[in-house]
Each structure stands twice: as structure tokens, then as C-alpha cells.
Design a binder for this molecule. Structure first.
Ligand SMILES: Cc1cc2nc3c(=O)[nH]c(=O)nc-3n(C[C@H](O)[C@H](O)[C@H](O)COP(=O)(O)OP(=O)(O)OC[C@H]3O[C@@H](n4cnc5c(N)ncnc54)[C@H](O)[C@@H]3O)c2cc1C
Length: 358
């Protein structure tokens, strides 16, 4: 049984930011991630980020990950376990971790869950054929392992992820035959859509995929326009010749550990699915368990970093450690979070967060 002051599960922007502040305050931190390196989603994001200067706008995601990781260097009070999955959280406050084929037990005084989100699947005929990918999987293959998933792609979903990954496929030499989007308008930022349009990739709004075709792998896809009630107009269906069908149809918070911990959860569509109730310090309804980032509600790396710092600060000060002007910093971070969620783009998330606040 390994005893630690603070265990942080997830080494993405939320977990790294939580660790950074806890280390500054001199708390002992064990940071656990199932990846081969730290950074979470950032390690595969080669595009430059939007947002504010404080959250590294105009810097590539992969660079942001490196900056956050570098910020943890030289702290003797940090231990990092990579390639390690937290597979259980028990009522006595013990985590079980699968590490190098061994199950290890960890008993933290405080726990921060920063596990991110998982990709959603879509129901259509033959959606289990090899060649049907989540957009995150395609990004991982291309940007992390340098492997092209195929030659011709259909992207399903014109939110930011669908648009960005389509562009990355094009950059890697894959022909993107079309982007289909069920809604009548593009959901992602116009700047990402414009890059595709300039190259001539059709973005077909009010369209969906009906079927993947092929025997042993994807050889084509049947796409179809939708009427105002989102019903397929089957007479107008057509076939596109592709060997990759890439799904970018949304993310849901990865919340299993929070359920196991007994946190009160609620289905909040604006946050992407089941999300934990939390106070303004990001502490859940279970004392000693904090949450941050996409596992608290699907948003962006910018908000994940701020939430991580808030959770890290609160968990640390509950152990009696302080950074300089803790209260002032807490106020500043809350204001930053509000600012990031301002305006029409943040409206959905604002509504979701309001429903989750206790
Ligand atoms: C294509 C794409 C483009 C994006 N562009 C932007 C952008 O321009 N600007 C922006 O701000 N945001 C952007 N985002 C969103 C941003 O990447 C996420 O919101 C952010 O990464 C969430 O951070 P996180 O720390 O909560 O989770 P993640 O980055 O997902 O990190 C969670 C980590 O926890 C690990 N983990 C999960 N469960 C366990 C477990 N049980 N045990 C151990 N480890 C575990 C995961 O493997 C992962 O490494 C984009 C996302 C995508 C997919």
C-alpha cells in the first residue's frame, strides 16, 4: 500500500496544472497517467490553440503539454507513474492501479480526478468494420505514431474536432472526400471550416452516414441528406469511395472513478453527459475528492488548466499547505474561468456548469 498526500489521476492539461500548483505549495504528489507520456490530448494536437494569452493561445497543443510538463521538473515531492491505469476506487479511499502488469494499491489523503473524456460512437449499419475510427484515434495514429489510417476519408461531424482532424488528414496526404454534419450549420469555429472550404472539401450540413460498406474493412460509405425532422431522405442517398470513416460526434466525461467514489452525478447534456456535482473549488460531493477538466464536463484545454489549478489549490490547502496569497489566487482563477466562458460560445457550458454547482 503506497500512501501519498495527493493522487492525481490523469496527466492532461487539468492534471498537470493541478500538480503544478500542489508542488509549488510543497505537497507530495503522485501523478498517474495511462499514456506513455504526459500531456493527455495535448500530445497529439499539432494545431495552434485559441483562447487567451494566459492559456497559451497561438501555441501548438503539443508545445503547451511540454511547457506544463517542464513546470513540474525538479520537484522532489513529485512522483509520476506512466503507462499506469487507475482501475478502481474503493470505499476505504484506496485506488488500485494497473502498472507493469501488477495491481498496486495507493491510499491518497486527497484525490483529484482529471481523467478527461471519451469519444462517442454513432449507430449506423456496419459501424464495427475496421476503418471506422473515432477522430481522437485518427489523431493518435497520425500525430503520435506517424501512421496513416488510410487514403480517403469521410469525416462525420463538423464541430471543431471534426474540422481540425479533417485538416490534419489533408496535411498528412489523405483525401477528405466530404465532411457530413447532421445539424443545418457548422458547429465549429468558422476559421477551421474555411481552411477546408478553401481546399475544396465539401462540408455537407443536414447530412448523415447511413452505412459503412465493405467485406473485411471499409471500402465506402452511404451518406444521405436529412429533412427538417432529422429523418434521412433515402431517395437522395449516395455512395462515397472511402477507406476511413472518422467519427467526430462529441465527447462524454470519463467519470467511472467518480461513480465508484460515490459522487453525486447528474446527466447534463451541456457538459457532454454524466457530470459530478461540485462546489466552486471543484470539490465533489465526496469529501476529499476533486475533479477538473473534461471529466467535470467537456470543454477546452484552457478551462481544464484553470480548473486544475483551482482543484490543486483547494486540495493542497485542505492539507494545510499554502501558496502566497491563496485567497487572492483563488479569486483570480475563478475570474479567469468566468472570462473564458463569456460570450455566446460559452453559453452552453455556462448553463451546464450552473446545473452542476452545489
Ligand atoms: C481535435 C481536438 C482539438 C482541440 N482543440 C482545442 C483548442 O484549440 N483549444 C482548447 O483549449 N482545447 C482544445 N481541445 C480540447 C482539449 O484537448 C481538452 O479539453 C483537454 O485536453 C482536456 O484536458 P483534461 O486534462 O481534462 O483531459 P485529457 O487531456 O483528456 O487528459 C486526461 C488524461 O487522463 C488519462 N486517463 C484517463 N483515465 C485514466 C485512468 N483511469 N488511469 C490513468 N490515466 C487515465 C488519459 O489517458 C489522459 O492522458 C481539442 C480537443 C480535440 C480532441
Amino acid at each position: 500500500m503506497k500512501e501519498v498526500e495527493i493522487a492525481i489521476v490523469g496527466g492532461g492539461p487539468a492534471g498537470l496544472s493541478a500538480a503544478g500548483i500542489a508542488l509549488q505549495a510543497k505537497a507530495g504528489v503522485l501523478l498517474i497517467d495511462d499514456g506513455l507520456r504526459l500531456g493527455g490530448q495535448l500530445v497529439k494536437q499539432t494545431h495552434k490553440f485559441f483562447g487567451s494569452k494566459e492559456q497559451y493561445a497561438s501555441t501548438r497543443g503539443i508545445e503547451i503539454g511540454r511547457i506544463l510538463e517542464k513546470g513540474l521538473e525538479g520537484y522532489p515531492n513529485l512522483e509520476v507513474w506512466l503507462n499506469s491505469s487507475v482501475v478502481g476506487y474503493y470505499p476505504d479511499g484506496v485506488l488500485t492501479v494497473l502498472k507493469e502488469e501488477k495491481l498496486l494499491k495507493v491510499k491518497p489523503k486527497r484525490l483529484i480526478v482529471a481523467t478527461g473524456a471519451s469519444e462517442r460512437m454513432l449507430a449506423f449499419a456496419n459501424n464495427d468494420l475496421p476503418g471506422v475510427y473515432g477522430a481522437g484515434a485518427v489523431q493518435t495514429l497520425m500525430n503520435l505514431y506517424g501512421v496513416l489510417p488510410g487514403k480517403r476519408a469521410l469525416m462525420v461531424g463538423a464541430g471543431n474536432i471534426g474540422l481540425i482532424v479533417s485538416y490534419q488528414l489533408l496535411q498528412a496526404g489523405v483525401k477528405v472526400e466530404a465532411v457530413v454534419e447532421a445539424m443545418p450549420k457548422v458547429g465549429g469555429y468558422w476559421v477551421h471550416a474555411a481552411k477546408l472550404k478553401r481546399i475544396g472539401v465539401p462540408i455537407l450540413t443536414s447530412h448523415t452516414i447511413l452505412k459503412a460498406e465493405g467485406e473485411d474493412w471499409v471500402e465506402g460509405a452511404i451518406i444521405c441528406p436529412l429533412n427538417e425532422d432529422f429523418k434521412p431522405i433515402e431517395a437522395a442517398q449516395k455512395r462515397v469511395e472511402v477507406d476511413i470513416i472518422c467519427l467526430a460526434v462529441g465527447l462524454s466525461p470519463l467519470s467511472e472513478l467518480l461513480w465508484q467514489a460515490g459522487c453525486r452525478m447528474k446527466y447534463i447534456p451541456q457538459l457532454g453527459g454524466y457530470a459530478p456535482f461540485r462546489n466552486r473549488d471543484m470539490e465533489t460531493t465526496v469529501k476529499g475528492v476533486w475533479v477538473a477538466g473534461d471529466s467535470a464536463g467537456v470543454e477546452e484545454a484552457s478551462t481544464a488548466m484553470v480548473e486544475g489549478r483551482i482543484a490543486g489549490l483547494a486540495a493542497t490547502s485542505s492539507l494545510g499547505y499554502e501558496v502566497e496569497d491563496t485567497d487572492g489566487l483563488k479569486r483570480e482563477l475563478r475570474e479567469e474561468l468566468e472570462m473564458l466562458r463569456r460570450g455566446p460560445v460559452g453559453e452552453t457550458v455556462r448553463k451546464g456548469v450552473k446545473r452542476a454547482l452545489i
